[in-house]
Design a protein around this ligand. Structure first.
Ligand SMILES: [Zn+2]
Length: 210
């Protein structure tokens, strides 16, 4: 089990640093986590420390009650959101929460991203829905995120950012990148007449404002 915890710590650190390197977060914002297989543990980034300053041993190990089991720093304030998603989605093994710009631009407009790209539909499983606003770190935000995700692999958080999930944290990071591409394409398509939904989902969106 110890090896699996260490592996999860390594993956969480690597993903957090990759989120910062790719510009999906600034400073210490955002967070990411891994569910440790066959245990009641998850590993999550600590709060308020820039990713490039973090070491593997700085990652926080929590149990499903949200109690710190291992680590010297305070965990991310979004632990309730991560725990709620793991509870609602047994197949999810990793979660990435970012403040990426293009997707957040859509979120501040009070919209989600309709299913406009094949890549988006196949990887994220459809639209990227918008979770209603709730303050960071609250149980309300956790509930809104779980509801907006549904069975899909990403959602937007109003006035805030993005949550992406996957079987592995590597998949969750990829899903966050796909959200950013879909958001950029969605925004730019408004310059040339507006987006259209992929043909095989068009019926659901007929007459809807995109
Ligand atoms: Zn955030």
């Amino acid at each position: 089990m110890e090896t699996m915890v260490l592996e999860a710590m390594k993956e969480v650190l690597r993903t957090g640093q990759e989120m910062a390197r790719r510009g999906l977060v600034a400073g210490s914002s955002g967070n990411c986590s891994v569910r440790v297989p066959n245990t009641d543990l998850m590993v999550i980034t600590p709060t308020s420390i820039e990713y490039d300053l973090l070491l593997q041993e700085d990652m926080c190990v929590l149990n499903t009650a949200g109690e710190l089991v291992q680590g010297r720093y305070k965990p991310s304030i979004e632990i309730s959101m991560h725990l709620a998603i793991y509870e609602a989605r047994p197949e999810v093994g990793g979660i990435v929460h970012t403040h990426q710009q293009m997707a957040t631009a859509v979120a501040v407009a009070g919209k989600g991203i309709p299913p406009i790209l094949e890549e988006q539909v196949f990887q994220l499983l459809g639209a990227v829905e918008l979770a209603d606003y709730a303050p960071p770190g609250t149980r309300e935000l956790a509930d809104e995120a779980v509801a907006a995700l549904g069975y899909r692999n990403a959602c937007l958080l109003a006035h805030h950012g993005v949550v992406a999930v996957g079987a592995k944290i590597r998949d969750a990071l990829l899903h966050a990148e796909i959200v950013e591409r879909a958001a950029a394409v969605y925004l730019m398509s408004h310059l040339v007449g507006g987006p259209k939904v992929v043909p095989f989902m068009a019926a659901e969106y007929e007459g809807k404002d995109l």
